[in-house]
Design a protein around this ligand. Structure first.
Ligand SMILES: Cc1ncc(COP(=O)(O)O)c(C=O)c1O
Length: 383
């Protein structure tokens, strides 16, 4: 069946006892066993190791990504941690995209490094640089594409070919495009990770994550991490995310169309020096964006003339756009990375990653695009 049908029906069916069309929220921690001889006959014992509502969401995301199995976690970070800790040992080396969600960078450098895992942060948009960074101890390559916040793209097929040839694992953070637009497992990746907090929920209502494995052997380790680290998604979050996912394609299409219009407006504005949106012909990786995904997503960025102060003036002037750090929601959100998400990053590292002082990140929502553009236009008058 087609994606739009599967996003609604995969993983769920009417409750067999009541006919309730929505999967119940199985809030119980404890599942009583029939007898000592039939232990786990119904598949559940304690909700840290498995829960029927969480199972339903896991089956939905597994189906949408086309994997062998999925494990759902308490946050996107918990999903990333499960992959990194589940598949790397002391003495191993991993290559990670240089522009990557800050929490991923923080966990690698400040937690896993303490346990003897070595990381190289590499511009994964160039497969030759990835190949050059590999060592005999390399076990895994972790990419994020489009990368947050610059939207730099990684060629997933090229990196997957490179890792497969050498018997390495390739994990991809697919939070920004979702399986509706991009399916890394079909391009040869071994794992997909998601912050379900973003587009899969889409309503600013939950914090959650998921990891999808290409093989059932790898799934065993993901499930083991969920249970051992105690990082499983809660039943209520699974239930809310099940509902959010049913409208994923409609939200993605509308929000992406809005993002393209907003990006075009910004490109024509005299106070704006640069605009980044993978769906613009001016985007340096426009061809790759068209080739590896079926849509461009709803994240964009632009640079205002006048650096940090101009960026701050813009933030003070917007009325409809909410000043916030999240992304992927029905509400349009605006972020000034230098004063907000990336304030802690040393200026030289920020410059290397392309996060300039006047950079403004947009997570374009579902509102009427005319209102979104009008608000940016009045705010740009004040910078
Ligand atoms: C691309 C990306 N991956 C992972 C995460 C982490 O997700 P969470 O906040 O759900 O832990 C985020 C969060 O902002 C993100 O933007």
């Amino acid at each position: 069946m087609k994606f739009r049908t599967r996003q609604i029906h995969a993983g769920v069916k009417p409750d067999p006892t009541t006919g309730a069309i929505l999967t119940p929220i199985h809030q119980s921690t404890t599942f009583v066993q029939e007898s000592i001889d039939e232990y786990m006959a119904r598949g559940y014992s304690y909700s840290r190791s498995g829960n029927p509502t969480v199972d339903a969401f896991e089956e939905k995301i597994r189906d949408l990504e086309g994997g062998a199995g999925a494990a759902a976690y308490a946050s996107g970070m918990a999903a990333t941690v499960a992959v990194l800790m589940g598949f790397l040992n002391a003495g191993d080396h991993a290559v990670v995209s240089d522009v990557v969600y800050g929490g991923t960078h923080r966990f690698a450098t400040r937690v896993l490094a303490r346990f003897g895992v070595e990381f190289s942060f590499v511009d994964t948009s160039d497969p030759a640089l990835v190949a050059a960074a590999l060592k005999p101890s390399t076990k895994l390559v972790f990419t994020e594409t489009p990368a947050n916040p610059t939207l730099k793209l990684t060629d997933l097929r090229a990196i997957s070919d490179l890792t497969a040839e050498r018997g390495l694992l390739h994990a991809v953070d697919n939070s920004l495009l979702t399986p509706y637009y991009q399916r890394p497992l079909e391009l040869g990746a071994d794992f997909v990770v998601h912050s379900t907090t973003k587009y899969l929920d889409g309503h600013n209502a939950t914090l959650g994550g998921a990891a999808v494995a290409a093989t059932s052997e790898q799934l065993v380790q993901l499930k083991f991490m969920q249970k051992s680290a105690g990082s499983i998604m809660s039943p209520l979050v699974a239930w809310l995310t099940l509902q959010g996912t049913k409208t994923l394609s409609e939200r993605m299409d509308r929000q992406s169309a809005n993002a393209l219009e907003v990006a075009r407006f910004l490109e024509s504005h005299q106070r704006v020096t640069r605009v980044g949106y993978p769906g613009l012909e001016s985007f340096p990786q426009f061809d790759l964006a068209k080739r590896q995904a079926s849509g461009f997503g709803a994240m964009a960025w632009f640079e205002v003339e006048g650096g940090v102060e101009a960026g701050k003036r813009l933030m003070r002037s917007v009325k409809l756009w909410s000043l916030a750090e999240n992304l992927g929601q029905v509400e349009s959100l605006i972020t000034h990375p230098v004063t907000m998400t990336h304030g802690d990053m040393p200026p030289e590292e920020r410059a290397r990653a392309g996060i300039t002082d006047g950079l403004v990140r947009l997570s374009v929502g579902l509102e009427d695009v005319e209102d979104l553009i009008d608000d940016l236009a009045q705010a740009l008058e004040t910078v």
